[in-house]
Design a protein around this ligand. Structure first.
Ligand SMILES: Cc1cc2nc3c(=O)[nH]c(=O)nc-3n(C[C@H](O)[C@H](O)[C@H](O)COP(=O)(O)O)c2cc1C
Length: 187
């Protein structure tokens, strides 16, 4: 039998349908601490997180609409409504940001990777504590207006919008992978 931690990894699953509750208080702090344990070349801590809930999600919806309109001014009302409602897909959105430090020999990609590993840990720890999540990006993650509205500096990148809450409905099936497709002995 695999260790429970290994079993959790094997059962990791994204949840597109999320409802209340989301984690809060000391538990949320603990989950974020798990993200901060990502391997980190040079111990730069090249990340920061924004936690968005309640009215903040409505503000994020408005920002998404404004950002999408900036790219495509001809969006129909229905298309705008789709962007407005995106943050309402979960009771909490955590924006994971890589804050790239330039005065270092550690390459930018490694700083983004370290932040990304943290997002993976956050997803896992959410599931371990009975919650669910889904990592999303899409064009809005790279949109200048979204970046501006969320207060990103020039050296920062949105690594993901982590939608967080409690699984609504049944978990989806976990795929089986053929080890030989992805792994070879070398030489
Ligand atoms: C960087 C990154 C960005 C992603 N962006 C999206 C997205 O915008 N929309 C989406 O449906 N899935 C996105 N995904 C994929 C989902 O988070 C999820 O991994 C996928 O649905 C497969 O489900 P699973 O994680 O349970 O295997 C993204 C994943 C990563 C790593």
């Amino acid at each position: 039998m695999p260790h429970p931690v290994t079993e959790l990894l094997l059962q990791r699953n994204s949840s597109a349908k999320l409802t209340f509750p989301a984690p809060d208080g000391a538990l949320l702090d603990t989950l974020l601490q798990a993200a901060f344990r990502a391997p980190d070349h040079g111990l730069l801590r090249p990340w920061r997180y924004l936690v968005i809930e309640g009215d903040g999600l409505e503000r994020l919806g408005e920002l998404f609409v404004a950002s999408a309109l900036h790219e495509s001014p001809d969006l129909t009302q229905a298309q705008q409504e789709k962007f407005r409602k995106m943050p309402a897909r979960a009771p909490m959105v955590i924006v994971a940001i890589a804050s790239i430090q330039e005065a270092t020999k550690i390459p930018e990609i490694e700083q983004v990777m370290a932040t990304s590993v943290g997002v993976g840990y956050l997803l896992l720890s959410l599931q371990a504590e009975g919650f669910g999540g889904m990592w999303r990006t899409g064009p809005l993650a790279y949109n200048t207006e979204t970046r501006k509205g969320l207060g990103l500096a020039d050296n920062e990148t949105i690594v993901g919008f982590l939608y967080v809450g409690t699984l609504d409905g049944k978990a989806k099936a976990i795929p089986n992978h053929d080890i030989n497709t992805f792994v070879k002995q070398w030489p």
